[in-house]
Design a protein around this ligand. Structure first.
Ligand code: GDP
Length: 453
């Protein structure tokens, strides 16, 4: 049997005791299977898209629960096929039994993401919308959810389809030019076409650029915590996360690897990396830790340079100041609960943002988190849809490169060379929306889904 046309079923809610459990069915047998297991009360029948109350039975007529059910005929359903949903009590036992009945009547257990995959294959959504479904399910902040919801609404797909259409039209125009002898290629037409291609290129580059901000939404803003040993970096991370995620110790140089923890502050996801203390050391293992710390600082979007307020600045503190140079840095003067003797004016000379805190008492920690969140809130403006996934970013990069080649070729070469690059760029954009995506790409995307979605 063509697997596209069989009937699939799965629980859409996790197998934990909960108020309501939901089972979904999709495929040609959706209504007949629904009628086997749910018997509407008072002789009612399942009217399309109407919630109907009924009792739930096994095949042998044993009553297992009662609840609501709905039948949604295709093609106007989520998957584009006939579908049904049953809302019973959220007992793992009831859900398992209900599914057993459906399987014994001919349904097949749905694979991860199979409902959404069918929606894509039946033209109910493009591939970027399907990816937005996972993003929406996994979103941890309001901003991430809003961006995924906009993509699910088709913002990105529509924009890319329009750009792709423009490239296809340009390729057709170039094909027509190929028929002219070289000296007769209308120069004005070529110039006008190049200008249009440059316009598309600028749009693609803007979208690609949005990936950095989009990745903040999904993975968090990478923030490196740096400082010489013993200034309280691990203690600060613990204060941020509110529990002992990092090992806090008074022996210098114990954090030799990089620890990561995510905190959501004022709706912004911040990913903190606690690094080995930066200092001049002869210890081989510690040296590796120090090198990793330097790498973490290099790739971070924010650097928290921590100093011990109860100590004068040391040569190692100078190394920390130098390593933070050129980064968005928050200077943290820790141990505010102890008598202070750090040279604040020396720090002021190097840093604009100075935050006295006590990781031990928690004083100043909220102000520091709020300042970080406020700075990156502007980056999370989701007025236009941001690219959040590496597959899309990579495709945009390749499409831009092909288009850049086309624009350069248009200055010196013939229409056929330009046309090849324009067609390549159009093909790559189709990978994002799914118009030209290979089976492998589609397989990979849907395998990330949960069962029942
Ligand atoms: P790291 O090497 O920079 O990660 O420093 P730790 O977090 O391991 O802290 C080093 C020492 O400083 C430990 O003994 C902590 O208890 C102490 N410490 C950290 N933060 C504070 C603070 O705000 N006030 C005081 N009084 N001690 C602190």
């Amino acid at each position: 049997m063509n697997t596209m046309f069989d009937t699939i079923a799965a629980a859409a809610t996790p197998p934990v005791p909960s108020a309501i459990g939901i089972v979904r069915i999709s495929g040609p047998q959706a209504l007949s299977l629904l009628q086997v297991v749910v018997h509407p009360v008072k002789g009612k029948t399942f009217a399309p898209r109407r919630m109907t109350f009924g009792c739930i039975y096994t095949r042998e007529g044993l009553r297992i629960d009662e609840g609501l059910a709905v039948y949604m005929p295709g093609p106007g359903s989520y998957t584009g096929e006939d579908t049904a949903e049953i809302y019973c009590h959220g007992s793992p036992g009831i859900l398992a039994e209900l599914l057993d009945v459906l399987f014994s009547c001919g349904a097949r257990q749905a694979e991860p993401g199979e409902f959404t995959r069918r929606a894509f294959l039946n033209g109910r959504m493009d591939l970027s919308q399907s990816e937005a479904v996972i993003d929406l399910i996994e979103s941890e902040t309001k901003a991430a959810a809003a961006n995924a919801a906009a993509q699910l609404g088709g913002v990105l797909g529509k924009r890319l389809s329009a750009l792709r259409d423009e490239l296809i039209a340009a390729a057709a125009q170039l094909s027509a030019m190929m028929d002219f002898p070289e000296e007769e290629v209308p120069e004005l037409e070529m110039q006008e076409l190049t200008a249009r291609l440059e316009g598309v290129l600028a749009d693609l580059e803007r979208l690609r650029e949005s990936y950095r901000r989009g990745a903040y939404l999904k993975n968090g803003v990478p923030c490196a915590i740096t400082g010489r040993p013993n200034v309280g970096k691990s203690s600060l991370l613990n204060a941020f996360v509110g529990y002992d995620r990092a090992i806090v110790t008074s022996v210098p140089g114990t954090t030799r690897d990089v620890l990561e923890h995510t905190v959501i502050a004022d709706g912004v996801k911040l990913s903190f990396f606690d690094t080995a203390g930066i200092r001049d050391t002869a210890d081989v293992v510690e040296k590796i830790g120090v090198a990793r710390a330097a790498d973490t600082v290099r790739t971070a979007s924010a650097v928290l340079a921590v100093f011990d307020g109860s100590q004068p600045l040391s040569p190692d503190d100078m190394l920390v100041m130098d390593s933070a140079e050129g980064h968005e840095t928050w200077c943290v003067i820790n141990k505010a609960d102890l008598p202070q003797c750090v040279d604040v004016s020396a720090l002021r000379a190097r840093f604009d943002r100075i935050f006295p805190v006590s990781a031990a008492s928690g004083e100043g920690v909220t102000a520091l988190l709020s300042s970080l969140a406020a700075y990156f809130t502007a980056s999370q403006d989701v007025g236009e849809s941001l690219i959040t996934n590496p597959r899309q970013a990579n495709a945009l990069e390749r499409a831009s490169a092909a288009l850049r080649r086309a624009c350069e070729a248009a200055q010196i070469l013939t229409a056929d060379v330009v046309c090849t690059d324009v067609e390549e760029a159009a093909g790559i954009l189709g990978e994002i929306t799914g118009q030209t995506a290979s089976e492998d790409i589609i397989q990979q995307i849907f395998s990330r889904f949960c069962v029942g979605k």
